[in-house]
Design a protein around this ligand. Structure first.
Ligand SMILES: [Fe+2]
Length: 340
């Protein structure tokens, strides 16, 4: 027979257990590891690639989405106090700004080795997780393919005055300029930019360039490949009259821009942050990129990109250490010649 005293004890105990469970539930919610990810890549691409990460690891993700230079500048300003654990960029010059400021931790060797050497910097402090090819978008009703320039650098010639569209203010175009700077040196780059300052029509985005070329407003534009491919996949509503020309031949106009991922040295969850970058560059995430509507290139070892795209190894891109691209110098040069 149970004495009243034992019943009371049991009640107290179960109340205590319930209380403890509730407290435990509460503290689990606030203690669940959550990574703060500063992300400048296209939101849908990043979310697609990271699908399943939280289910698989129990690590929650909180995103701050903005553009490359905004987030890089924010991290540099925040310094050691930055809430960011992981930084994902659309183009690599911005993640390299953070690397050069000493704010990135070395990545795990196994993560680096998931991606070809040409898609990561020699520092080993960040890694490429997607790639985009420079291309010349043109309107065949306005200019025959045979009349296109042999090199992107030729677009600075006076013959091209008023005929070239660029998105001078965007991180994409500025990454292309950083490749010209790395390959051709400062004087040649300045001369090219001076020519473009005279020749170019300035647009706000790659999509605006595609529309202007499609409508015959301007015959050619400097862009990345995937804007046109994405548009084609969505019925070609903006760019159906435009075509892409690849310079190849290791021309600066064949530059392959890499999207970068890195772990902040100041992260208080370095293991979880390393795990995210590992996940992003592993085969499964790279295959999700290849199968997605993003139409950017996968860079994971042995992962084929979307079938609609010309194969990456046939593009004959120039060899550039992505850790040698100088975003700050590009901004200065573009300001000097009046493009910014
Ligand atoms: Fe983009």
């Amino acid at each position: 027979m149970t004495s009243p005293r034992r019943v009371l004890t049991a009640l107290l105990t179960s109340t205590a257990v319930v209380g403890a469970l509730a407290a435990c539930g509460d503290s689990e919610a606030s203690d669940a590891p959550t990574l703060t990810v500063y992300s400048a890549q296209h939101e849908s691409l990043v979310r697609t690639m990271l699908e399943g990460f939280t289910d698989e690891t129990g690590i929650e993700l909180e995103f701050r989405d903005a553009n490359d230079s905004e987030l890089a500048n924010q991290i540099v300003q925040e310094g050691e106090a930055s809430p960011a654990d992981v930084f994902l960029t659309e183009n690599s010059p911005s993640i390299d700004v953070v690397d050069k400021a000493g704010l990135l931790a070395p990545l795990d060797e196994a993560t680096l080795e998931q991606v070809g050497e040409q898609y990561r910097p020699s520092s080993g402090n960040w890694v490429g997780f997607a790639a985009r090819s420079t291309a010349l978008i043109y309107n065949p009703d306005e200019i025959a393919e045979g009349d296109l320039p042999a090199s992107m650098l030729d677009l600075a010639d006076p013959a091209w005055e008023g005929k070239v569209a660029i998105a001078a203010g965007g991180a994409d175009f500025q990454a292309i300029v950083s490749a010209v700077l790395a390959i051709e040196g400062e004087e040649a780059t300045r001369a090219w930019l001076e020519g473009l300052e005279r020749n170019a029509e300035i647009y706000a985005s790659n999509t605006a360039i595609m529309k202007a070329v499609d409508e015959g407003e301007v015959p050619v534009g400097i862009t990345y490949h995937y804007y046109w491919f994405r548009d084609q996949a969505q019925d070609g509503l903006i760019g159906d009259d435009a075509r892409l020309h690849y310079f190849g031949n290791q021309d600066p106009g064949a530059f392959l821009s890499v999207s970068g991922a890195g772990v902040l040295a100041s992260s208080d969850q370095p293991e979880e942050a390393q795990r995210l970058v590992e996940y992003l560059t592993a085969r499964a995430a790279q295959e999700r990129l290849a199968d997605s509507s993003a139409l950017e290139y996968a860079v994971g070892n042995g992962v084929a990109s979307a079938e609609a795209l010309p194969p990456l190894d046939g593009l004959d891109a120039p060899v550039v250490d992505p850790g040698s691209l100088d975003a700050a110098r590009v901004t200065e040069l573009m300001q000097d010649v009046g493009l910014l």
